[in-house]
Ligand binder design. Structure first.
Ligand SMILES: [Fe+2]
Length: 163
């Protein structure tokens, strides 16, 4: 993307699901119930948590972002990473986090708390000028580079490389 604010993209990627951490830490039983509903009903964690708790991690993340005084663009990316078409402050950031989230899940990097991959938002896809070939190329690049990135972040050997 040749973005001038790459650090913001990195931080947004790290923090986008922080609402899940809040839910896990403050309402562990509800978090587990959400995992159970997602597995039993074969629905997205996002949809299961709305059923179980009446709120979702994006909304929880938005509240935390406001409380902690995140910059507006970062707060928006956390809040709207599942609805990037509604982003107004920094649509490219929300779109990039959305697409990176889906790609990570497709590559089985981490876990979203369910066995599904959310649908790619067409507005985000257009905002990033992504076609199928470009998505495939990016995913291949991520898959190749991920072991080194993971090792750098964890300070050790990659779990995937060792597997
Ligand atoms: Fe999420």
């Amino acid at each position: 993307m040749r973005a001038s604010d790459l650090e913001q993209f990195f931080v947004a990627g790290l923090l986008h699901d922080i609402g899940k951490m809040i839910l896990l830490r403050s309402a562990a039983e509800a978090f587990q119930a959400t995992l159970d509903v997602a597995a039993q009903e074969q629905v997205l964690f996002l949809d299961a948590e709305s059923v179980v708790t009446g709120i979702n991690h994006a909304a929880i993340g938005a509240m935390l972002a406001e409380k902690w005084g995140f910059p507006p663009s970062l707060a928006e990316a956390v809040s709207l990473h599942h609805r990037p078409d509604q982003a107004k402050t920094h649509p490219m950031l929300a779109a990039a986090v959305h697409v990176a989230d889906l790609m990570s899940r497709a590559l089985e990097i981490g876990s979203g708390g369910d066995a599904l991959i959310p649908a790619l938002n067409p507005v985000a896809q257009r905002a990033l000028a992504l076609d199928a070939a470009k998505v495939k190329d990016i995913m291949a690049e991520v898959e190749q580079e991920y072991p080194d990135v993971e090792a750098n972040l964890t300070g050790g050997a990659s779990q995937r490389a060792a597997a």
